[in-house]
Design a binder for this molecule. Structure first.
Ligand SMILES: [Zn+2]
Ligand SMILES: [Zn+2]
Length: 280
């Protein structure tokens, strides 16, 4: 029998949203970005073939909305082959237990993220001392205790392949968390970046709500290893992605992505690392 799953003891509904919330954007013929409040859930797979996976699992108490968005895209009763996690922060695993129970699907993460997904380690406290805005200031209220997915979580294959996605490989992009990964498809240079970099200034409440397009490093209040975060952004820049969906903010492509990602990688210290903060 399967072991019991549970959310962390500080798990709760977070009353934060954006003007994009609820929107499903088709980015490529087989790539969709579903905005679930302040976070993105990515659907990868052609809607005609009905074979697809999810990247990340949304905000707390959003399972019904996520299922609805999936069925709107892939048809009634549609079920993903798997859920891939970029990392285990509460806004990326907020509805994972309900989704596992509903769909009975396997979930994958990097081996280094497993302790935060099996109730073993909690994430360090969000850093409210980073300057940036209201979200950073209230971030100490965000859940940080580990979800426990028990035996429902598996590690991604060591050879870099991605289950159910032949053309993709996963890339270790630590810094924001130890086992953070991004997903990349060489043939059309598609990047799913998680929170390695994001396209909104997530520390700012007003920019989060309006979703003003602005390439930024990982959310400041949650990032603990800035050196690794910087190397990860440089690694992603070297892939020359043509289109990217990040954990927060609008999908981005073309010059908007190329120029801004280069700029972020080249000026990471000034652009991304907060001048003050307990993890700096
Ligand atoms: Zn995160
Ligand atoms: Zn996030």
């Amino acid at each position: 029998m399967s072991k019991k799953m549970s959310y962390g003891s500080d798990y709760k509904y977070i009353p934060a949203t954006t003007i994009r919330s609820g929107k499903i954007t088709q980015v490529l013929p087989d790539l969709y970005c579903y905005a679930n409040k302040v976070v993105n859930v990515v659907f990868i797979g052609d809607a005609r073939k009905k074979s697809f996976v999810l990247v990340d699992a949304g905000m707390p108490k959003s399972a019904k909305k996520i299922v609805k968005a999936v069925e709107k895209t892939y048809g009634k009763g549609a079920r993903p082959k798997a859920i891939l996690l970029t990392h285990g922060h509460f806004d990326h695993v907020g509805s994972i237990i309900e989704l596992i129970n509903y769909w009975k699907v396997p979930v994958y993460s990097h081996a280094f993220e497993l302790p935060f997904l099996t109730g073993e380690f909690d994430y360090p406290s969000p850093d409210p001392f980073v300057r940036g805005g209201l979200i950073a200031k209230i971030s100490y209220k965000f859940p940080k205790r580990a979800v426990n997915l028990a035996d429902h979580i598996e590690r991604l294959p060591a050879d870099g392949s991605v289950p159910y996605l032949e053309d993709f490989r996963w890339i270790h992009t630590p810094g924001h968390t130890p086992g953070h990964v991004s997903f990349f498809r060489e043939k059309d240079r598609t990047l799913i970046a998680g929170d390695a970099f994001i396209t909104v200034k997530q520390d700012s409440l007003i920019k989060t709500i309006t979703q003003k397009l602005e390439l930024n490093g990982p959310p400041k209040y949650f990032t603990t290893n800035w050196r690794a975060a910087c190397e990860s952004v440089r690694k992603l820049k070297e892939l020359h992605p043509a289109v990217a969906i990040t954990g927060h903010g609008r999908p981005v492509s073309g010059e908007n992505l190329t120029i801004n990602l280069r700029n972020l990688a080249d000026n990471f210290e000034q652009k991304a690392i907060p001048p003050k903060g307990k993890y700096v």
